[in-house]
Design a binder for this molecule. Sequence first.
Ligand code: G
Ligand code: G
Ligand code: NA
Ligand code: MN
Length: 249
Amino acid sequence: REMELDLKVALENDQLELFYQPFVDAGRNTVSGFEALLRWRHPVKGMISPAVFVPLAEETGLIEQIGTWCLQTACRQAAEWPSGMTISVNLSPVQFRSPTLLSDIDSALAQSGIEPKRLQIEVTESLFLDESDNILAILQAFRKRGLTISMDDFGTGYSSLGYLSRFPFDKIKIDQSFVRDLSRPENIAIVRSVISLSRALKMNVMAEGIETHEQMQILYDEGCREMQGYFFSKPRPGAELAQMTAEIG
Ligand code: G
Ligand code: G
Ligand code: NA
Ligand code: MN
């Protein structure tokens, strides 16, 4: 419970920070956008991973305020980038239970002035463990505003494939666990199937967790163009974005 108190203080005292990791068009070597990834700069413990504190924030309900802060900060940051660049924000399933989610998104867009189509929302399969009518209505409301919706960590959750046809996704992100070991024929087969599935469903596809040139090449040869991973860049602070774009482009 000590960390819970700390997290409240963190939000109030500007200890939370967004890092940004580029989405790269591997054919052209250009940056098409960035994913916002939350960090906690703890005054004593140093940098704490969201894998540690997001679950706590979800349990305590603090994720609502933290999520709102993320949306506002990410959109404000994106307003400083070239107008073609996307900003992708991760949403927790808990945020979908918040009655103010849509108005929070509208405020973040209005305050930053960015076009709605530049905002991408990332959700994971765990979203579909909840009551699905409400989820569908919210995702459709995102679409109506012009946002894009991305299926993150695809293939690692408990959901059936059916939700891909029932819910309005624009993009599938191939999970890094499949990319990590492409020397296994099983993983190549999975990657190939997901790319083919995305085409059949008229969705974009992206691979995450690319760490080596070889992984990049294999995915490229399989027809994947949009990629993300340490090979291109680690997530870095907002102040380093121009530098990051210059290094890749
Ligand atoms: O960036 P990193 O690999 O440390 O992220 C660890 C986990 O935390 C990932 O599952 C990522 O999706 C999640 N995460 C990162 N930033 C956010 C955020 O802003 N909101 C939510 N809900 N999850 C996030
Ligand atoms: O769950 P989600 O896909 O949002 O989480 C992304 C997480 O993966 C972030 O914590 C990010 O820091 C991490 N990540 C991004 N690229 C790479 C990579 O190339 N290798 C590894 N091991 N982790 C990565
Ligand atoms: Na993500
Ligand atoms: Mn992911």
